[in-house]
Design a protein. Structure first.
Length: 382
């Protein structure tokens, strides 16, 4: 069946504005924008003054909204009218094809929003890859019967990593063709989403929520955990305990290989010794305690006491902002844009091509504000 909808390529270049968009309305864009706004069809319908059935028909492509409704959708969902037009690639990701830590603490609404962000990261990378060659994807094939430890060793060998700690993990992943993103979300929904990953859109994508991490060490372990999913679990089972356990085992072995870390671990749980190892290897003290239990160096009772003791030693923690560790801050997408700008493809052109605001583009690029924050303290009034 032929599609008689007009194909729009450069938005803003056609006369008619919302009338043109209404004639070439892309249903998937409405679903994506609604999910990102965390609205149900009924909630959106109420704000737009149409029936929930009408929103359902718009999203299913059964009917198209009139130009005035396009304008209202644009205002309510805080996107330009051109956002809904056809003519540019749409990433389609089912939340079931992404790895999430726990389904108990992650609502379906949260997972859908996370999937929509992954779709937009794909769209952003697709637009940039038309102008900049990204690093080739370099991941080994892992035998289905391989253990997480074997997969970790295979990857370290494949990437020719030297013995010792893994430096600059995010940069290492990006240099091997994996897109890593920091998407800062402080609303209630994303408070439940710590990190997720998918390769269902082609190039693997790992997205982490920075405010959910207490330290750079926890962040690094999470990146390695998602890397384990990408290698070990081609068929995602979100929240599956076995897959999550295997991803943790992969991360522990990848960051602290047994043959290297076991001789260095103390014979009893000594926090100062573990703290020194933590700083050297770039993993948390909790991770090292878990490693001691995994390697059967100490009893479960000792591990429980160690966690209790650690919880009372708040002063031991040296929590620095992630920006203090440049090699751990993803930069692939920002670097790609900078390279594109050298060929006169500018940031505003990219935003226009994607039909995003500059603020939204900054969020998707993971722009980091490195300026110190000024705090104004007011003297109490008498």
């Amino acid at each position: 069946m032929s599609d008689d909808r007009p194909q729009l390529h450069l938005f803003g270049s056609d006369d008619g504005g919302s009338d043109v968009v209404a004639r070439g309305f892309e249903p998937a864009r409405l679903t994506q924008a609604r999910v990102l706004a965390e609205l149900t069809k009924a909630e959106l319908a109420e704000r737009v003054s149409v029936s929930p059935a009408a929103i359902g028909q718009f999203e299913a492509g059964i009917t198209r909204p009139r130009a005035d409704i396009v304008d209202t959708l644009s205002r309510v969902l805080e996107v330009p009218p051109e956002y809904f037009a056809t003519g540019r690639p749409v990433g389609r990701l089912d939340a079931a094809d992404a790895h999430f830590r726990s389904l108990r603490s992650t609502r379906a609404k949260d997972r859908s929003k996370a999937a929509a962000h992954a779709e937009q990261i794909w769209e952003l990378s697709h637009a940039l890859e038309k102008r900049v060659k990204f690093p080739d994807l370099a991941l080994p094939s892992i035998h289905p019967d391989a253990t997480p430890a074997q997969a970790a060793k295979t990857l370290r060998d494949f990437w020719s990593l030297p013995r010792g700690p893994v430096s600059h993990l995010a940069a290492l992943m990006e240099s091997n063709g994996i897109i890593v993103c920091l998407i800062s979300m402080t609303d209630d929904a994303f408070g439940r989403v710590k990190a997720y990953s998918t390769d269902a859109l082609g190039r693997p994508i790992v997205i982490v929520t920075p405010e959910r991490f207490k330290s750079v060490h926890e962040y690094r372990f999470t990146c390695a955990h998602e890397l384990g999913h990408l290698l070990l679990h081609p068929n995602a089972l979100p929240g599956d305990r076995q897959q999550e356990r295997e991803a943790d085992q992969f991360a522990a072995e990848f960051l602290t290989p047994r043959v290297e870390i076991e001789p260095l671990l103390p014979k009893t749980v000594r926090i100062p010794a573990l703290d020194a190892l933590s700083q050297t290897w770039g993993v948390s003290i909790e991770s090292l305690i878990y490693r001691m239990g995994e390697l059967r160096l100490v009893s479960e009772a000792s591990i429980r006491r160690a966690h209790q003791r650690l919880a009372s030693m708040a002063g031991l923690r040296r929590e620095e902002a992630l920006v203090a560790f440049p090699g751990e801050v993803p930069s692939l997408l920002r670097d790609a844009l900078a390279l594109a700008e050298s060929t006169n493809y500018m940031r505003d052109q990219l935003a226009a091509e994607l039909c995003w605001s500059d603020a939204h583009l900054s969020a998707m690029l993971g722009d980091v504000d490195t300026r110190p924050r000024l705090t104004v303290v007011r003297e109490p009034t008498a």
